[in-house]
Design a protein around this ligand. Structure first.
Ligand code: FMN
Length: 262
């Protein structure tokens, strides 16, 4: 969408952003890194409680290891800045313990609840909203970024690597760096037409013809093996793929550990 009447500098940044996976090796200055972090921190946060932490991975060996644990993505090791966004309830529960909240609750007969699934989702919301603010902050300075969703795989390895306690979950990783490619030569990826994404008042489900319309700009010539159409292709490459199965396993473990009552 390009409504010239409404366009401003912020919208230009948002509308021209694309994922950047090839980085100029030049490092980011400390000022730039700090600004990306400050941008993240200014994001809205539930109850102004900041249920997230941001872990900067500087160690090159750790970055190389992340390449492997995040489904073999070499751009992680080549990114000048790598930030992991952690859904974090641990800080608050440590504070509650230090503040004598459990004892106080017992005394006044008030329930003392340790983190549940709802707290995990809320903390993930906080962490992801902060992450996207970091993306836009970076983009506004000409610094590209790439989300790595695969950080939710291999939870046991990542916990050990980063010393993550029980109520900390790595919900996303962001790679940052100056783009190798000239941003003016960018080709933005298509999105589904607005009517398939934006509903009014009630949810819409779609029939076969509508799905054909939804994917009309996405039809590909080559489908993966065994796929007869785009739906089968997406399932085999994404939702039903090996990386997705590892995500499913890893997140099940993480949720079970998170909600386990001692
Ligand atoms: C939650 C999430 C996870 C993603 N994970 C990966 C990833 O593991 N590796 C990668 O190269 N890109 C990843 N991406 C980037 C998407 O592939 C990209 O946003 C999408 O293809 C649309 O392209 P665009 O950002 O250039 O518009 C991820 C994006 C999101 C939002």
């Amino acid at each position: 969408m390009n409504d010239d009447e409404l366009i401003n500098e912020v919208l230009k940044v948002i509308m021209n952003r694309c994922t950047v996976r090839a980085y100029d090796p030049k490092s980011l200055s400390q000022k730039e890194i700090d600004m990306i972090i400050y941008g993240a921190i200014r994001a809205p946060t539930a109850g102004n409680m900041m249920f997230y932490s941001i872990l900067e991975v500087k160690n090159q060996e750790m970055k190389e290891k992340l390449v492997k644990t995040c489904d073999n993505q070499p751009h992680i090791a080549k990114a000048p800045l790598v930030l992991i966004f952690l859904a974090d309830m641990q800080r608050w529960y440590d504070y509650y313990t230090i503040s004598g909240v459990p004892e106080r609750c017992a005394k006044i007969n008030h329930i003392y609840r340790t983190p549940d699934e709802s707290d995990l989702l809320l903390a993930c919301c906080d962490a992801l909203i902060a992450a996207q603010n970091a993306v836009i902050t970076a983009e506004s300075m000409g610094i590209g970024s790439c989300y790595i969703g695969d950080i939710i795989e291999n939870i046991e390895v990542h916990r050990e690597m980063f010393n993550l306690p029980k109520w900390v979950f790595p919900i996303t990783l962001l790679c940052f760096g100056y783009p190798k490619q000239d941003p003016s030569k960018r080709i933005l990826k298509e999105r589904y037409p607005k009517r398939f994404i934006h509903f009014t008042d009630t949810y819409n489900r779609f029939n076969k013809d509508e799905f054909v319309e939804m994917f009309q700009d996405f039809e590909k010539e080559t489908l993966v093996n065994y796929a007869e159409n785009l739906g089968q292709d997406y399932y085999l490459r994404k939702t039903g793929s090996a990386f997705s199965q590892e995500m499913s396993r890893s997140v099940k473990v993480a949720i079970q550990d998170w909600i386990k009552k001692e």
